[in-house]
Write a protein that binds this ligand. Structure first.
Ligand SMILES: Cc1ncc(COP(=O)(O)OP(=O)(O)O)c(N)n1
Ligand code: 3NM
Ligand code: MG
Length: 308
């Protein structure tokens, strides 16, 4: 273990001041510290990379993914260099050039989806179409299937004949029936969805991710876009993981640059420019629009700031 500890210390001290580091969470009996031991690792570099990642504040699943990437990078480079950080698709076993050969790939959407308004109901979708927002999502949460269908139909109708692209959150069956442009699903939604049916119906698919492990998992499905969150704290919903911050977003955006990318979570007019500089082609916001005094003016202002 002492060689692994030494390699991990070298990685940590080389990256201590990187924006990749987050404060390590406080552990309790109900949420014990992550276990990084040599059961899963095939070599010292994998174990050292994972150990270093834990101490840099990554969650366990991300640390395991980073460990594997350290191992691949070290083998591909022919030697260990603590000052490097895995940042290329091949370090994560991603094959960006295979999209065109993959019959399971979801239909393409524009690489730059632009400002992306995530809206609570069809009336808000309509307001966004009137504001000429490039991309909008209906994120209507309800148990009532009748209301859901009605909201989705109204949202689809609102975007007809406009340039605004409409994604439906969660309710993929109703989205297919209403012939929406696309569907957005979170990681927990994937299992309950028939992805084949969404793909066969020609709808685009956006998937949420919250770190390296979820990005690698999402890549398996070859979605139309990948969303990365939460960049900053948001009070809109309870997030299972800490905000990623700009440092990690910049790394993620570089790694996944072969996809259309969407950044989400706590983004407002003060931060949108720095987020856009990560290279993501789209930025999704809720409160920056819904809580603005003049939502239509906010759509224009946010787009100006993205482009500035
Ligand atoms: C663009 C975009 N990104 C992420 C989400 C979140 O989706 P999910 O994790 O499924 O959570 P809910 O929105 O369903 O609460 C999103 N909706 N849109
Ligand atoms: C719906 C949602 N999903 C997120 C994720 O990270 O998956 S963050 C988020 C809420 C975004 O709202 P606001 O722009 O008001 O912070
Ligand atoms: Mg969802």
């Amino acid at each position: 273990m002492s060689l692994v500890r030494d390699l991990a210390d070298q990685i940590i001290s080389a990256h201590r001041n990187d924006d990749l580091c987050l404060p390590i969470p406080q552990y309790s009996i109900s949420s014990p510290p992550p276990r990084i031991d040599n059961e899963f690792a095939t070599d010292h570099y994998e174990l050292a990379g994972a150990l270093a990642a834990i101490e840099m504040g990554f969650i366990e699943s991300d640390a395991r993914t980073i460990g594997k990437a350290w191992s691949r990078m070290t083998i591909q480079d022919g030697g260990f260099n603590p000052f490097k950080w895995p940042s290329r698709p091949e370090h994560f076993d991603l094959l960006p050039w295979t999209r065109n050969m993959n019959p399971k790939a979801f239909k393409e959407c524009p690489k730059r989806l632009g400002l992306y308004g995530v809206m609570p109901d069809a009336d808000w979708v309509k307001r966004m179409v009137e504001a000429e927002i490039p991309t909008v999502q209906l994120r209507f949460k309800s148990e009532d299937r009748f209301k859901i269908r009605k909201q989705i139909k109204e949202a689809v109708k609102a975007t007809e004949g406009s340039k605004t692209l409409l994604f439906i959150n969660d309710y993929w069956e109703e989205a297919i029936d209403a012939e929406a442009y696309g569907v957005h699903l979170g990681q927990e939604d994937i299992e309950g969805a028939d992805l084949e049916q969404i793909r066969a119906a020609g709808l685009r698919l956006g998937l949420s991710t919250h770190g390296y492990a979820e990005m690698v998992y999402a890549d398996r499905f070859c979605p139309s876009y990948i969303a990365m969150g939460a960049v900053f704290p948001t009070n809109l919903k309870k997030m299972p993981t800490a905000p990623q911050g700009l440092g990690r977003l910049y790394q993620y955006a570089k790694l996944m640059s072969h996809y259309p990318l969407v950044a989400i979570g706590g983004i407002d007019q003060d931060s949108i420019h720095a987020v856009a500089k990560s290279g993501v082609g789209s930025i999704a916001v809720v409160r920056a629009i819904t809580q603005a005094k003049d939502p239509k003016a906010a759509v224009k202002h946010l787009q100006d700031l993205m482009r500035a």
